[in-house]
Design a protein around this ligand. Structure first.
Ligand code: GLN
Length: 484
């Protein structure tokens, strides 16, 4: 079977037409995982028996003539910072190496109702902190297009799994670009929904005012299907919201979609951006113009402060969220428990040995910016600038409907190239953090027929939409991919 060409849509059609069974397809994906993942390292755990069982259940439903949903039998990979009941959930941290989830994340519960198949849990930068998946407490994931390069991060495992045909689609989380940036590096579609569109219940929190779960797929059409299945208000997440605009799915007529005006923010085309990325973006814009879209230059004057603001607010929230891992409330590290002399010693040893360098760095930074005497100078000020960044978008959306920008300043970089210089790594997020700070939906779409270097590295372009206007991103993205 041609797994490479398979999408959620074509899988569903084939299943209904009885061209193959769900079990057969799941088996094929598991075989690719066995054959390829030794090289790539996308997965942290694989649920072979469970996955086959879930697929067989879908086959029985079809045999009994029951109607199946668009996601029934779809073999999915899940980033290992989302809880699947009864399975190990580590956030790629040694501090959670022995933690078994006691309930399903809301997104998992929703996908179970659709009878999706869960293949396994994927690697990430520890607690989703990073842009290369080199910060995992377990192993480095490689870019399937060039094994010497990073897949991006922090959802590097989920993205690599989809790009290497080791899952039909995947779930990732995006706090400052972790779905969109690796998707651009690996040539797949990745979408961060509007803040609050998808429940965060059962997602191991990194920075709660920024985190969102979203789909990673091969096509925009698939991303829409998966988003549709996981979104919605949830009693377990007080920040989750239902919004009417989201409901207007389905295919808007192409003429209506082409009326959407696309803004190009001047500030996103800065010195230092790789010329290959600039060319790719020009190529995407030219194609969209051929399709009939009109463009307008816009300004987001405060976006130059976005990275600085993100690296104050995010660590502040990280330091609060990660306080709960002290060796008592979660299993902690058994060897440390035996060594600890008293409670204080247990805290110190668990956190000292359990957290890797990046979480430690962010806990320190976050504690500093929240500490008395510095709170006003850093945290409070960053919150004010966050407001200005949001206002810029609100202003821009008075004259355009969607904003087009690069996703990353460079194509995928080499493993080890940036890992010793955190600041250099943080710069990878320069075009993605704005959407998180402003709570807006953003999608990364591979630029068609555009690859660079011998490993044929893909480049992505980003569309950012108004709050709850995911359908605009899907609408434009689908037309772009179909070339209509
Ligand atoms: N690269 C960013 C960071 O390191 C984004 C991480 C994310 O979105 N989870 O914080």
């Amino acid at each position: 079977m041609n797994l490479k060409g398979l999408t959620i849509k074509s899988f569903h059609d084939g299943l209904v037409e009885k061209e193959f069974s769900a079990r057969e397809v799941t088996r094929e994906f598991l075989d690719v995982i066995h054959a390829e993942d030794g090289k790539i390292g996308a997965y942290l755990s694989v649920f072979e028996d469970n996955a086959l069982y879930e697929a067989e259940c879908v086959d029985s439903m079809i045999k009994e003539g029951k109607k199946i949903t668009p996601l029934a039998g779809v073999p999915l990979a899940v980033k290992d910072n989302m809880l699947i009941k009864g399975t190990r959930t580590t956030a790629a941290s040694k501090i959670l190496e022995h933690y078994e989830a006691s309930y399903d994340a809301t997104v998992i519960e929703k996908l179970r109702k659709e009878h999706a198949v869960f293949l396994g849990k994927t690697n990430l930068d520890e607690f989703a902190m990073g842009a290369s998946t080199e910060n995992s407490g377990f192993h480095v994931t490689k870019n399937p297009h060039d094994l010497e390069r990073v897949p991006g991060g922090s959802s590097g495992g989920s993205v690599a799994a989809v790009a290497a045909n080791m899952a039909l689609a995947a779930l990732g989380s995006d706090t400052g670009g972790s779905i969109r940036q690796p998707s651009a590096f690996c040539g797949v579609v990745g979408m961060k929904p509007t803040y609050s569109a998808v429940s965060r219940s059962g997602l191991i929190a990194m920075a709660s005012s920024l985190d969102q779960i979203g789909p990673i797929t091969k096509t925009v059409e698939d991303a829409e299907l998966l988003f549709h299945a996981i979104r919605g208000k949830d009693v377990y997440d007080a920040t989750s919201a239902e919004n009417d605009i989201v409901h207007e799915f389905g295919d808007l007529p192409p003429e209506a979609i082409k009326n959407l005006k696309i803004g190009i923010p001047r500030e996103f085309f800065i010195d230092g951006i790789d010329s290959r990325v600039t060319h790719a973006i020009e190529e995407a814009v030219a194609r969209l113009k051929t399709l009939g879209f009109s463009f307008k230059e816009i300004s987001l004057p405060h976006s130059k402060y976005a990275l600085a603001v993100y690296y104050i607010i995010m660590p502040a929230e990280v330091s609060a969220n990660l306080a709960r891992f002290e060796g008592v409330r979660y299993p902690g590290i058994p060897e440390v428990k035996h060594k600890a002399n008293n409670l204080r010693d247990l805290y110190f040893k668990t956190r000292g040995e359990g957290f890797g360098a990046e979480p430690r760095r962010r806990i320190l930074l976050g504690t500093y910016v929240l500490s008395s005497g510095y709170y006003d100078a850093y945290y409070a000020k960053a919150q004010k600038v966050r407001r200005l960044i949001r206002d810029d978008f609100e202003d821009a959306f008075k004259s355009v409907d969607v904003i087009l920008a690069p996703v990353t300043p460079t194509p995928a970089f080499k493993i080890g190239e940036k890992s010793s210089d955190p600041l250099e790594m943080y710069l990878s997020d320069i075009f993605t953090v704005q959407a998180n700070l402003a709570g807006l939906p953003g999608i990364s779409i591979p630029v068609k027929n555009y690859t660079v270097g011998s490993g044929e590295l893909p480049v992505g372009f980003q569309l950012i939409g108004k709050p709850f206007h995911e359908r605009d991103l899907f609408g434009i993205g689908k037309l772009y991919q179909r070339g209509e």
